[in-house]
Design a protein around this ligand. Structure first.
Ligand code: MAN
Length: 561
């Protein structure tokens, strides 16, 4: 059995049922039959000016420069694709067209699949069953070798594996179709989210404009209003404000009354002096009844004055009452003004106890309610400590809330739009895998791949995890690897490669990165991980998402619709 690498060099494998007929020279492949039909002469395929006798075909002598006269021997093996480059040093002409015309010796392989085998393997004493299951390449039995025809069993096994492969492919394709459906649904959801966010933002735009206008209107009307109010807060605040200004008024009145009293006392003193003088100086012998009555009345008044106990307030007490209120005298208003929150304050602030996500929403609603309540005279519109009226504060806060809600929604919208525009591969198929992780072990580590997120190296010995890169983009690369019997390989062709970059820094080196090569498989699986060079990792991963888009049987294609 020969190395399978020869397969790649061989090139064409014909699948036609046409086998070389009895009359054809040995080793002629179906597509070259027409060149060998003449029974008398043969014209070199690549050099039509050279015509040979029919007997020169397969006479074990390379007569055509392109080797086409020896389809069934190894005589021209030196110019077949596996032979050294031509022309050989010292060749006669040096300019001869020596490109081989035939791809190799044709093994009919009846019961299996006909194929070409390199000319140099013809009659070399080795049975090359992989390419020539009928053993026809060893027809000369060189060294006594007998290559039996094994095409029946090899063909049967091949067909069994082919059937298995076909079924696997169909199952994988079916899974891929499911993934594409899931991805489509996920995409639709993002689109719905975006549409909803856009509607919400339009509403918020309108609300913002309305609240902006309301705020400006309230601010304007409040600016023109002379607010005469001393209290703060709710009912207690209003009461404190009223009491404070009432006491101030009473204190002013008392002050004035005291002044009037003093004026009147002066007058009383003057009159008493006059009457006392009259009493001292009047002439009792002068019989004037009016004077006598006046003196008598004064004597009675003076007697009454001395017998009465004075119940008046002492001036000191009155002065005490008249003193300005402060922390040490009179009423300490600050205690009432800055004391416990009023009932209304409690209403204003209870939202602080709500969980953060609901707070903004409730705050906005509450503010609107507050504005409405103030406008309708249900809540007191008292100035806040900053001098701004409750109405203006509430209107401003309502506007701020709407602005914040708008900014939050805009952020969400931008994120969803980025998500929608992300490259999730052909048919968007990888969208359904986002957020899922798979892992596989290699040596002392487990290697984890989180689709479209990151790759991680996890120590089995508990030394912690290492970020091997964060997802950046999807690329395509051509790979050429031997098929594996278990199917867990990349094979040959264009493959999708997920690039993960900028992982944890490598000691004395660059940041770690990972190239994730994807092959078609029925289930998501990390096949193998290798550290290709220091801190540069290569993961080979199977996934139905990486399979070809095989058309579902019976389902019309887009073009057919
Ligand atoms: C750790 C692992 C290895 C890596 C070295 C680099 O041991 O992440 O894969 O090669 O660090 O120092």
């Amino acid at each position: 059995m020969r190395r399978t690498g020869a397969l790649a060099l061989l090139g064409a494998i014909a699948h036609g049922s046409l086998a070389a007929s009895e009359s054809l020279p040995r080793g002629v492949g179906p597509e070259f039959v027409r060149f060998f039909e003449s029974k008398t002469a043969f014209t070199c395929i690549g050099n039509p000016s050279i015509t040979l006798k029919a007997s020169q075909v397969n006479d074990n002598s390379c007569d055509c420069p392109d080797g086409s006269d020896e389809p069934g021997t190894a005589a021209c093996a030196n110019i077949d694709p596996l032979s050294p480059e031509q022309p050989l040093p010292g060749s006669v002409t040096g300019t001869t067209n020596t490109t081989a015309a035939l791809p190799g010796f044709w093994c009919v392989n009846a019961g299996h699949i006909g194929s070409y085998i390199p000319f140099m393997y013809v009659n070399d004493g080795i049975c090359d069953y992989e390419l020539c299951c009928d053993g026809s390449d060893e027809y000369a039995h060189a060294g006594g070798v007998q290559c039996e025809n094994r095409c029946d069993s090899i063909g049967k096994e091949y067909r069994r594996l082919e059937e298995q492969r076909k079924q696997n492919k169909e199952r994988s394709a079916k899974k891929r179709r499911t993934l594409v459906k899931e991805s489509r649904e996920l995409r639709r959801r993002v689109e719905v989210k975006i549409a909803n966010l856009k509607t919400e933002m339009r509403d918020l735009d309108a609300k913002k404009a309305e609240l902006q206008a309301k705020f400006e209107e309230v601010e304007r009307s409040e600016r023109g209003k002379v607010v005469k109010s001393e209290g703060q807060g709710g009912k207690l605040g209003v009461l404190v404000g009223l009491a404070k200004s009432r006491i101030k008024e009473l204190r002013n009145t008392l002050d004035k009354v005291m002044d009037q009293r003093d004026d009147l006392q002066d007058k009383v003193d003057q009159l008493e002096d006059i009457l006392a003088k009259l009493k001292e100086e009047y002439n009792p012998n002068f019989n004037d009844e009016g004077v006598k009555a006046a003196v008598k009345a004064w004597e009675d008044y003076a007697a009454g004055q001395t017998s009465e106990t004075k119940g008046d307030l002492a001036d000191g007490d009155i002065m005490e009452v008249l003193k300005e209120d402060s922390e040490t005298s009179g009423i300490n208003w600050a205690e009432f003004e800055t004391g416990e929150a009023s009932d209304v304050d409690v209403v204003y602030n209870w939202e602080a106890y709500l969980p953060a996500p609901v707070r903004d929403y409730v705050h906005q609603k509450l503010n609107l309610l507050r504005v409405w309540a103030i406008e309708n005279g249900i809540l007191a519109d008292n100035p806040t400590s900053g001098g701004e009226s409750r109405l203006v504060t509430a209107a401003r806060e309502a506007l701020d809330s709407a602005r914040n809600a708008h900014a939050v929604k805009l952020g969400q919208l931008e994120e969803e739009q980025r998500e929608l525009e992300k490259d999730y591969g052909p048919d968007d198929v990888f969208r359904a895998l986002k957020g899922k992780c798979i892992s596989g072990e290699a040596g002392e580590y487990d290697y984890e791949l989180c689709w479209f997120d990151r790759t991680t190296q996890k120590s089995k010995k508990g030394h912690g995890n290492t970020n091997m890169g964060n997802f950046v983009r999807i690329d395509k690369e051509f790979v050429d690897e031997e098929e594996r019997l278990d199917g867990k390989g990349l094979g040959k062709g264009q493959r999708l490669v997920l690039r993960y970059e900028n992982g944890q820094g490598c000691w004395n080196g660059p940041n770690r990165r990972t190239d994730v090569y994807l092959g078609c498989a029925e289930t998501d699986e990390v096949w193998r991980t290798v550290e290709a060079e220091k801190c540069v990792y290569r993961m080979e991963v199977g996934s139905p998402a990486a399979c070809e888009d095989v058309q579902e049987p019976g389902v019309p294609t887009k073009d057919e619709l």
